[in-house]
Every structure is written in structure tokens, then in C-alpha cells.
Design a binder for this molecule. Structure first.
Ligand SMILES: [Mg+2]
Length: 436
């Protein structure tokens, strides 16, 4: 599936940089945040104690990595010393099918909506126990853990908020990554953010001070999942592309402003690739997917991103590549989730939460409720794990299955119509990319 080859990153360079301006005073910029938090900061955070389970962000300077130059053209001037140069994605990674002639645009649209809505449901369910260890969840909810939403519904946290921000930026720009649009939206969003991660908050403050969009994230070098959790729209909009190359590049771009370290970027690319893979499989009528092939695709999507492993938090500290941790996931599928999560840990780190979300999806990919409940009971970063697992299962099964299978939860999805409309916008752009 994967051969050597590199994709040229386009659309950036001196011309664009020359137009960049500090983004102070964005309130007057005209950029609007259509997804502010309707429950601002006075809302209790359900006992979240980020320091206890998220640990400190790694703040070491970025590791020295090989810088790769891209051949310039008139449209693609050389980016001198751009931190983005460190990330190389494959041009030759292929989708596992050649079925685009069988594309059903209606199914694709349904999967786009399903991915965002199931992600929001996972966020809502997981937020009820965000930051809780397993013992506390069981004490409060009994042996089955948290498995239902309050009758009055719940609300999103930063996972769905930022997913919406990425989606809005893509729709507003006609499907392109525009660093100025995206950073403006991040800055506008921050005051209404709920459960904002530390790296995200710090990065947005620096962006608001006028720092370059492609320097802040690499400089912070966070190992957190703050970009991985917001990347579903990137996977969806590119799901019908002839090859996954532009999906991979855009996933890097949308990660970079806040999570520009290798592990932050790798987690983001893996999640975007997973969502795109599943939405595509459904849209071309494949009907099934193979878990091993799915993992193989994710591993291939990030094969060249990590040049060095990341230290685990669990003593004794070891060094692990995300791609190697993902390869372990199929071996977890027959095991009890509590044992898996106890072993993998489930904090707000890519190395823990991304494999945990993929595991929650793969252990029951035909059962929306099971996926969301498994993710929400993972302990610790429950909202993000359940949200990312929801993005995956929604991309596979779709909004129709969600409404039919979980009608009581369907009615409790906060701001459902707004999210669905946003997903429709992504689907329209995704279809347009292949002339549909
Ligand atoms: Mg959250």
C-alpha cells in the first residue's frame, strides 16, 4: 500500500506570509464564531482535574529533525526554514478500493452528518465523567458505568466546539486550509471554550499576540490530543478524493497552529485518515471493512511523521511510536475494556487516547451505542475518547443509523441541526472535489 514518495505542500510561502498580519483585535475583524459555548465557564466541569490525569505538557524545544525542501514553482515558492517542512506525507498511499464509480452521494452525506453528530454524542456522554478515574465512575453510575444521557440532554465541550471550528473554516474557505481564517476562529472561540486543553489555550494566546501560525504549535511540541480531537472534518471533506494525499497534508496543517510536535501531528493525521477511510468505505458501498487493513492504513498514513518515539507516562517510562501502539490495537479486541484501558492509560495524550478511541470503535463497529459507552467509560479523558470514537463510528454507520438506533439520544444532541448543516456543507464540498 505504501511506497516511498512525498507530497509537496502547496499554498504557503513568502507571498502568503507577506500578507500575514498580527491578529490582535480580531473582534473587529468580522470573523464570527457560530459555535460559541452556550454554557460558559461557570458551568461545573464535573470534577475535572486536568493536573491529576493529564500531566504536564512536554515543553522541551522541538527535537532537531531533517528539514526537507520542496521544489518551487510560481505558485509554490520555497518556504525557508518553515517548521512545516519537517512533516512529510506519502503521495502514494492509496485507498483500499477503486470503487469511486459506485459512489453514493447520499450515503456520503449521511456519513458526514453521522460522524459529527456521533462525535458530539460521545463528547456529551463522556463529559459527564470527564477526568474521572474508573473507580469514581463505577461508584457514581454502578457496574455498567455511565451509559445514558440525562433526559434534559447534555452539552458539548471543546472537542465538538473545535471540530465545528475546523469545519466552519473549511466551509468558509471553500474547502481550503486558510491559516488566517483558522487562527482567527481559534482566537474568537477561546473565550467560550469549555474544558480547553492547556496546549490549546497557550497556543491561541500566542497566536493572538501575532505569532506565526506554523511556529507556535511546533514550539510548544505538545503531546496532547487537542488537534486529533478536532480533525474529523478534514477526513470527511477529503474522503472521496482520488488519493488520500491531500487529506494527510490538510490534517498536518490544521494540527500545526496548536499541536505541531510530531506526536500531536501524528495523532491528528491518524484520526483524519480513519474518519476519511470509513466514510469512503461506506459511500462506495463496500459494506464491510477489515480491522487489520484499517489499522494498516492508519499506520501507513503516519509512517513518515514520527522521526523519534515519544516517552510514555507510565513507569517505567519507555519510548513508543504511535504507529507501533496502533499496531497493538487489534490484539486488544478480545479483551475486557477495563483491562485494556488500565494498560494503555487514557489521559489527554495522543499515545493514550487515540489508540483508546480506535479500540473503542473497533471492538464493536456495528454498534453505535456500545462504541460511545465504551469510550465514555474509558476513564480520565472520557469526553475526547468517546468523541473521537463517535467520529469514527458515525463515519461508518451514518446519521440514519444513529437516529434509528438511538432515537432518545438523537433528540438530546445539543445544537443538532447546526452541526448537521455544517456536515452538509462539508459533504457538498467533498462531492464537488470529485465532480459530484
Ligand atoms: Mg473536552
Amino acid at each position: 500500500m505504501l511506497r516511498s514518495g512525498f507530497l509537496t505542500l502547496t499554498g504557503f510561502g513568502r507571498g502568503m506570509r507577506g500578507e500575514e498580519r498580527p491578529i490582535r483585535g480580531l473582534a473587529a475583524s468580522g470573523a464570527t464564531n457560530l459555535f460559541p459555548n452556550p454554557y460558559p465557564l461557570e458551568t461545573p466541569k464535573h470534577g475535572t482535574d486536568h493536573d491529576a490525569w493529564a500531566g504536564p505538557d512536554r515543553s522541551d524545544p522541538p527535537r532537531p529533525v531533517e528539514l526537507r525542501r520542496y521544489l518551487p514553482t510560481d505558485e509554490q515558492p520555497v518556504m525557508e526554514d518553515s517548521p512545516m517542512d519537517r512533516y512529510v506525507v506519502s503521495t502514494t498511499l492509496a485507498w483500499p478500493d477503486d470503487l469511486v464509480d459506485r459512489l453514493d452521494a447520499g450515503v456520503y452525506r449521511d456519513r458526514c452528518i453521522g460522524s459529527l453528530l456521533a462525535g458530539a454524542l460521545g463528547d456529551e456522554l463522556g463529559s459527564l465523567v470527564e477526568g474521572w478515574p474508573r473507580e469514581r465512575i463505577l461508584d457514581r453510575y454502578g457496574p455498567a458505568g455511565v451509559n445514558d444521557l440525562p433526559a434534559e440532554g447534555a452539552h458539548w465541550t471543546d472537542d465538538t466546539q473545535l471540530t465545528a471550528v475546523v469545519g466552519q473554516s473549511l466551509v468558509a474557505t471553500g474547502g481550503q486550509f486558510d491559516p488566517r481564517d483558522f487562527t482567527r476562529r481559534l482566537v474568537d472561540w477561546l473565550p467560550t471554550g469549555r474544558g480547553v486543553g492547556r496546549a490549546t489555550r497557550k497556543a491561541i494566546h500566542l497566536l493572538a499576540e501575532g505569532r506565526r501560525w506554523d511556529e507556535v504549535g511546533p514550539e510548544l511540541d505538545s503531546s496532547g490530543n487537542g488537534a486529533a480531537m478536532r480533525t474529523a472534518p478534514v477526513g470527511l471533506i477529503h474522503a472521496l478524493d482520488p488519493t488520500p494525499g491531500e487529506l494527510l497534508v490538510d490534517a498536518v496543517r490544521f494540527a500545526l497552529p496548536t499541536h505541531g510536535g510530531e506526536i500531536g501531528v501524528a495523532g491528528t493525521v491518524a484520526m483524519a485518515a480513519g474518519v476519511g477511510y470509513l466514510a469512503r468505505r461506506a459511500a462506495v458501498g463496500a459494506g464491510t471493512f477489515d480491522a487489520l487493513e484499517f489499522i494498516d492504513f492508519l499506520v501507513a498514513s503516519i509512517a513518515q511523521i514520527e522521526t523519534s518515539p515519544t516517552p510514555t507516562r507510565r513507569p517505567p517510562e519507555t519510548l513508543v511510536y504511535l504507529r507501533d501502539r496502533l499496531r497493538e490495537v487489534p490484539g486488544w479486541l478480545d479483551r475486557d475494556p477495563a483491562d485494556v484501558f488500565e494498560e494503555s492509560w487514557t489521559g489527554a495524550f495522543v499515545l493514550e487516547s487515540v489508540p483508546a478511541a480506535i479500540y473503542a470503535f473497533l471492538r464493536s463497529p456495528g454498534d453505535l451505542r456500545s462504541v460511545l459507552v465504551t469510550g465514555a467509560n474509558a476513564s480520565h479523558d472520557t469526553d475526547t475518547i468517546a468523541s473521537m470514537a463517535g467520529n469514527l463510528v458515525g463515519a461508518w454507520l451514518g446519521a440514519g443509523a444513529l437516529q434509528a438506533g438511538l432515537p432518545e439520544w438523537w433528540d438530546r444532541i445539543a445544537r443538532r441541526n447546526e452541526l448537521a448543516n455544517l456536515a452538509e456543507g462539508l459533504a457538498t464540498l467533498g462531492c464537488a472535489r470529485v465532480g459530484r
